[in-house]
Design a protein around this ligand. Structure first.
Ligand SMILES: Cc1cc2nc3c(=O)[nH]c(=O)nc-3n(C[C@H](O)[C@H](O)[C@H](O)COP(=O)(O)OP(=O)(O)OC[C@H]3O[C@@H](n4cnc5c(N)ncnc54)[C@H](O)[C@@H]3O)c2cc1C
Length: 307
């Protein structure tokens, strides 16, 4: 960087961002990665068995490998703060961090992923970190030999249930729709586990307890039922971290809209990974989209600099 203006800023610290950073440097761009922290969602995942070329790897190990791979390249890093705004002035992007510092670039890739969705029921906030948790891999080991519930029968919920079935005495899986969704292989593991009970057409009414969680009241097919669990894992998907700038259009669910080049509604501003994907939120997709965004950003930056 000579003019104080970076070729590309990549915002995010995980799969999509690190893939974008690698491709961007290899395309000849100088790149700054801005991340509040490294790892992303996969850092909180037990095991990954569907990433092409790697039969099985733990989530944290894969996240570490991504970071090591990125650091093989000459990438500038600004880690420890969130980016809170992206503006465009005279064709140059300005990315502002929490402490007010501003970094300039010709192009930006937003790869800020998603955060866990909350349930929004009584007791959820009160017992958060006192029994109510959002990461089975992080907090599951605390419930050795105890009874727990997993709220959500989708991709994340079924994975969490399989993981917890090796730790807890009993695992309830609360499925609102009544049908488990996710990878067939994981669903079968849930159904075959002797200590897992799938409670279909169940919605959570309330988490209760004294100081710590003592149970969850559910509406099960119209009947109120009480499950005396010490842990409850909310696994109902993610919300996109897209409220970082008003330069992008989002869809009704908050995901950033992009075209086939992964360009947002602002020229030169790209987005990749879970912040753009309602369906197929997977590493392989995020990595591919990070690549696409970086290569297209590279073409854009070259055209800007040759003007
Ligand atoms: C329980 C669970 C199990 C999963 N299992 C699998 C699996 O087996 N296989 C698979 O392929 N996928 C799996 N996934 C999905 C996979 O984790 C995601 O698709 C992938 O992590 C998306 O990568 P990403 O880089 O787009 O976003 P994320 O992983 O969400 O990372 C976003 C990054 O951006 C950073 N960030 C966010 N906002 C800001 C900001 N304002 N400023 C700076 N930095 C910011 C975050 O700290 C993070 O580093 C699983 C997900 C979950 C939740």
């Amino acid at each position: 960087m000579s003019s104080g203006i970076q070729d590309l800023i990549v915002i995010g610290g995980a799969c999509a961002a690190q893939s974008a950073a690698i491709y961007a440097v290899r395309s000849g761009m100088d790149v700054l990665v801005i991340a509040d922290e490294y790892g992303g969602q996969i850092n909180n995942t037990d095991v990954v068995e569907n990433y092409l070329g790697i039969k099985s790897v733990s989530g944290p190990e894969l996240a570490e490998r991504y970071l090591e791979h990125m650091r093989e390249y000459d990438v500038d890093e600004e880690v420890g703060q969130k980016a809170v705004d992206i503006r465009k002035e005279d064709g140059v992007f300005e990315t502002e961090l929490e402490d007010g510092s501003v970094f300039k670039s010709y192009s930006v890739v937003i790869a800020t992923g998603g955060s866990r969705r909350k349930l929004g029921v009584e007791g959820e906030e009160q017992f958060s970190n006192k029994g109510v948790a959002y990461c089975a891999v992080c907090d599951g080991p605390l419930y050795q030999g105890r009874e727990v519930a997993v709220v959500g029968g989708g991709y994340a919920g079924t994975e969490a249930a399989v993981y917890l079935s090796d730790i807890a005495e009993k695992v309830y899986v609360l499925s609102r729709s009544g049908k488990l969704k996710g990878e067939e292989i994981t669903i079968n593991e849930v159904l075959e586990a002797e200590n897992v009970e799938v409670v279909r057409e169940a919605t959570v009414k309330e988490f209760y307890g004294d100081n710590l969680l003592e149970g969850v009241k559910i509406n099960h097919k119209g009947e109120i039922r009480d499950l005396e669990v010490e842990g409850a894992f909310i696994e109902i998907g993610t919300v996109p971290n897209s409220d970082i700038t008003n330069l992008v259009e989002t869809n009704d669910s908050g995901y950033i809209k992009v075209d086939e080049n992964r360009e947002t509604s602002t020229t030169g501003l790209y987005a990749a990974g879970d912040v753009t994907n309602k369906g197929a939120q997977q590493l392989v997709v995020s990595a591919g989209q990070g690549c696409q965004a970086a290569l297209n950003a590279s073409e854009y930056v070259k055209s800007q600099k040759s003007e």
